[in-house]
Design a protein around this ligand. Structure first.
Ligand SMILES: [Zn+2]
Ligand SMILES: [Zn+2]
Length: 352
């Protein structure tokens, strides 16, 4: 249809003009109250919001989850339904859990020299960030990847490139990506903090930090079971990536010996790092701002609850678990209840 008023000046009601709302005063989440945060990796099997109740029931005030199956590439849309994400955020606020840590998929290898796998890894990592944002995640933890024969320099460059590509077009808000140190198994990057520093330095515009895994540190050769060894490790971390960039400590005892470069987690106090060493780690003033997250195995029902309680005891606090993990132990002979507890324990997958 022909317009008749070409050339005339149009006037609009000033009330229609877009005026941006004043930015809301940021609400400080309850978990950032400066209190010690102890969490555990918890399964999302069945219902993603259920992970929150499990962690809370175990006596944790923080948690780590996978946001999808950790050993499968996403099929089609691996997004989280808006209603599920909303329910998750509401429940998390009610339980005042935080920080929320999401551990990335184990198949992602941003360092892969194989272009197909690297592209797939970048796509999968992009989806990891999208899901982390949907859930209001504080920290998304990833392993730097494996060089698989390529040089450390080119692998570090590939990881930095991959993180930047995967982050394109996304607004991070409060989300930070944490690179986890590794045990140095095979050709995995990240057992030396210089490698993590190189990746951080190559991505100056992205919110990156570091997650330190105690079992990986020990397996990579830092004698953190002794007081002096812990001081050396903290000094090395501070000189390279900077302790101020370490936001999460994965608190795992180690089944494998010092310097073995083999990554096997053990219950707190039952491995070669030992209870005393964890007392020093949890109460160390240089780590006071870190969240402590368990990734310990569940060999017997209740192991998760016992590991959370062990950490609280080391901090001098007694926090009673209230959830399923705290139900009285089944009496001998009560096979049905015992086997149900076993199934529940097996369902809980664990991060590394
Ligand atoms: Zn990990
Ligand atoms: Zn870990």
């Amino acid at each position: 249809m022909a317009e008749e008023n070409y050339g005339t000046e149009l006037t609009f009601d000033a009330a229609d003009e877009y005026r941006p709302e004043p930015p809301p005063v940021p609400e400080i989440p309850a978990w950032k109250d400066g209190s010690i945060r102890i969490g555990i990796h918890t399964s999302i099997a069945g219902d993603i919001a259920g992970a929150l109740d499990i962690a809370h029931g175990l006596g944790a005030n923080a948690l780590q989850i996978f946001s999808s199956s950790p050993r499968m590439w996403g099929h089609g849309s691996s997004r989280i339904a808006e209603t599920d994400a909303a329910r998750f955020c509401v429940r998390r606020k009610e339980l005042q859990l935080g920080p929320l840590v999401v551990h990335g998929n184990y198949l992602i290898n941003l360092a892969s020299p194989n272009p197909v796998l690297r592209t797939r890894s970048i796509q999968a990592f992009h989806q990891e960030i999208v899901r982390a944002l949907a859930l209001g995640t504080d920290y998304l933890v990833i392993h730097p990847g494996s060089a698989l024969g390529a040089s450390v320099e080119s692998s570090v460059a590939a990881v930095a490139f991959g993180i930047k590509q995967a982050s394109r077009g996304l607004k991070f808000g409060d989300l930070r990506i944490l690179l986890e140190n590794t045990a140095g198994q095979g050709s995995s990057l990240g057992s030396r903090f210089e490698e993590l520093r190189a990746i951080l330095a190559a991505c100056p515009d992205l919110p990156l930090g570091v997650c330190v895994d105690t079992a990986h540190l020990f397996a990579a050769g830092w004698s953190i079971h002794t007081e002096e060894g812990l001081q050396v490790a903290l000094g090395d971390i501070d000189r390279t990536v900077g302790l101020d960039r370490v936001a999460v400590i994965h608190v795992n005892d180690s089944k494998t010996p010092l310097g073995s470069r083999v990554d096997r987690h053990e219950h707190i106090g039952k491995g070669l790092i030992g209870l005393k060493a964890f007392g020093r780690i949890l109460n160390h003033p240089l780590l006071a701002k870190c969240a402590f997250i368990l990734e310990t195995p569940i060999d017997k029902p209740g192991d998760d609850k016992r590991n959370v309680a062990a950490l609280w005891r080391l901090t001098g606090r007694v926090v009673r678990a209230t959830g399923p993990g705290m139900k009285p132990r089944p009496h001998k002979g009560s096979k049905v209840r015992a086997s149900k507890a076993g199934v529940r324990a097996k369902k809980r997958s664990r991060g590394k």
